[in-house]
Design a protein around this ligand. Structure first.
Ligand code: SF4
Length: 65
């Protein structure tokens, strides 16, 4: 099955969305946030309010790494 594209307006510049070879856990986050509900995503919310976005910020709001 081809992967569904997000219609999130930030996907082109999003560090999370463009991670190569996602783990199954990250794929689930992508489905939940990027595909189903971008407005719940912490990266989306930061970008939408013009806040600087750390590349360690994940859609859940957690900092990874
Ligand atoms: S991680 Fe968030 S900001 Fe990035 S493409 Fe997905 S929903 Fe949009």
């Amino acid at each position: 099955m081809p992967e569904q594209e997000s219609d999130c307006e930030y996907r082109a510049t999003c560090h999370f969305y463009n991670v190569k070879n996602m783990t199954p856990a990250n794929k689930r986050l992508k489905e939940h946030y990027c595909i189903e509900w971008p407005k719940k995503c912490a990266i989306y919310q930061a970008k939408a309010t013009g806040k600087p976005v750390s590349i360690t910020l994940w859609p859940t709001g957690k900092l990874i790494g």
